[in-house]
Design a protein around this ligand. Sequence first.
Ligand SMILES: [Zn+2]
Length: 99
Amino acid sequence: MRGGYQLRAEHRPANPGRAVRRWHVVPAHRLTGLCRRLTEPVAEVRPIADCWDVDLDLRCPECWAQYAVLSASLPAWADSWSPGRARRGVPSRGAGRGD
Ligand SMILES: [Zn+2]
């Protein structure tokens, strides 16, 4: 997807393995976030559509701020991006089974 973005993790050592210190917004096929921090080639990746599901504590403030500005002028493909549509456990329609 031309002009797309993705989320890439900045990791910290954990016991065991590694944990996500922070997520960055990174142009597709790049490693450098909007905040200009370089992420690892082996960093975890999430689709940009997940960006509003990421915990506030784990968001790179610079990346999210810049992405918010960018998204205000993004073309139609960005329609799937919408802060109002963040999935926060909204029950699906028809989920109620009654008693
Ligand atoms: Zn960042």
